[in-house]
Design a protein around this ligand. Structure first.
Ligand SMILES: Cc1ncc(COP(=O)(O)O)c(C=O)c1O
Length: 462
């Protein structure tokens, strides 16, 4: 009989698969490791199972204890699976930007789910990590799994993922490409491969992630990269990320990650999440400079089934401006560049802007202060809007030092460059607004008036 005692005995041992169509024209071999074939559906089964077993062994997680973790979903799912098998309770704390499918999966495993705001400084008591730590401390028998700093996370990749890749390629792997979330995957796997052969380790990182020197503003690739709120004072990096293992980083913008994710499903039959698209986009770039003697291996962390409402939804892609770029000429109607103020801009300065460079704008967006002007503002960091007329009027009557954040109206509705003018108009009317933000790649690309949308919609109907 071939029988396993429990599902967690089946974690690991994923295969390598050759990419065939996305690699057209490339001389090097590009292989992917679909970690969604793990029983819980992601690479995180490895770290989660290893952390639980180590905690039980060390006596910090007693029988019938409560596992608590801060997670973008997959570690929580891996832990929930282990908790069910080992007889523990589990509480998972997640940012509110996580795909809804992941919350449902966690609940289905019997996990208690706590969501908290994604855009918070690390020092905030409700920050996902702090909140999880507090819940663990306040729960009798509580144990904080702490994937960011738990050495069992990189160690399990050194013990399993690395040797699997080496064995499956019979030592022919020359490049490892992986995203960096906690850093556990790339650090452990990369360290092993460097011990056994000359392997170059390449990190794949979203453009605005702090790991590659980005400004830390939000990006759309779930569970990869490092976000930094501008009010964060002490931005500690995870101990699971061993920077010395990573030889270089390929920076991939959200559009390339998301569109590569879509291509993987349609052209290779690999239904994966966007951190897989990120890793493959980077692997293709790496492979472009290599000859036939090279073998590039990219880790695909999870399945696309958890993101049917996001990366695999045409509506979502169009609404954020990732797909069908400028389908109705909306970009041409939107004034760009958009002049913005921050919540802390003094009224006097904002009024001068409204009377000067932003004179022709229908509104002045109010954004989170402290971001690099190199990157267009992420939609979640457009915090409000101001009427230029109100600004110039108000400046005469109020203290010009007043921060405009106090005077702002809510941010108007956002529409994407992939939407038709009719769709955009319906969306604006449903929200009852007169103006809209126009998004490209989930970032502020322009401003639209209702009048411009009406004209576009009428032209399209003709
Ligand atoms: C979908 C997905 N991609 C990438 C990662 C990053 O892996 P690691 O934390 O090992 O760096 C994670 C980790 O949670 C993940 O869930």
């Amino acid at each position: 009989m071939v029988v396993h005692d429990s599902l967690i005995d089946l974690v690991g041992g994923t295969p390598l698969v050759r990419l065939r169509r996305l690699t057209a024209g490339l001389a090097a071999t590009v292989l992917v490791k679909p970690e969604y074939l793990n029983p819980g559906g992601s690479v995180k089964d490895r770290a989660a199972t290893a952390m639980v077993l180590a905690a039980e062994r060390d006596g910090v997680l007693a029988p019938g204890g409560t596992i608590v973790e801060a997670s973008s979903g997959n570690t929580g799912i891996g832990l929930a699976q282990a908790a069910a098998v080992r007889g523990h309770r589990i509480v998972v704390v997640l940012p509110d930007t996580v795909a809804v499918e992941k919350l449902d999966i966690l609940r289905a495993y019997g996990a208690e789910v706590v969501t908290t705001r994604a855009s918070l400084p690390r020092e905030h008591p409700e920050h996902v990590n702090r909140l999880a730590r507090r819940i663990a401390a306040e729960t009798p028998g509580g144990w904080f799994a702490d994937q960011y700093d738990n050495p069992a996370n990189p160690t399990v990749h050194h013990a399993t993922t690395g040797p699997e890749i080496w064995a499956a390629t019979e030592g022919r792997v020359t490049h490892l490409v992986a995203g960096i979330g906690t850093g556990g995957t790339i650090s452990g796997t990369g360290r092993y491969l460097k011990e056994v052969g000359p392997v170059e380790v390449v990190g794949a990182d979203p453009a605005t992630s702090v790991y590659n020197g980005g400004d830390g503003s939000p990006f759309f690739v779930e569970a990869s990269g490092h976000y930094r709120h501008t009010d964060t004072v002490d931005d500690t990096w995870p101990l699971s990320y061993h920077r010395e293992v990573v030889d270089r980083i390929e920076v991939i913008d959200d559009r390339e990650s998301v569109l590569t994710t879509r291509r993987l499903a349609r052209e290779e039959g690999l239904l994966v999440g966007a951190s897989s698209g990120l890793a493959v986009a980077a692997a293709l770039r790496v492979a472009r400079g290599l000859g036939p003697q090279h073998t590039v291996v990219a880790v695909l962390p999870d399945s696309g089934r958890a993101y049917l409402s996001k990366y695999h939804s045409v509506g979502w892609l169009r609404r954020l401006g990732f797909l069908d770029d400028d389908r109705s000429g909306l970009l041409a109607d939107a004034g760009a560049p958009v002049h913005t103020v921050t919540t802390r801009t003094p009224l006097g300065e904002a009024a001068a802007l409204a009377a000067g460079p932003a004179r022709d704008q229908p509104l002045v967006p109010v954004v989170l202060p402290g971001r690099s002007p190199r990157f267009a503002t992420a939609v979640s960091e457009v915090l409000g809007a101001l009427d230029p007329a109100v600004l110039t009027d108000g400046a005469a009557r109020r203290d010009p030092a007043t921060p405009v954040g106090e005077l702002a109206d809510p941010a108007p509705v956002a529409i994407g460059t992939g939407e038709t003018a009719q769709e955009a108009l319906a969306c604006l009317d449903a929200a009852g607004g007169a103006h809209a933000l126009l998004l490209r790649d989930g970032r502020l690309a322009g401003l639209l008036t209702r009048a411009a949308l009406v004209a576009r919609a009428a032209a399209a109907a003709r």
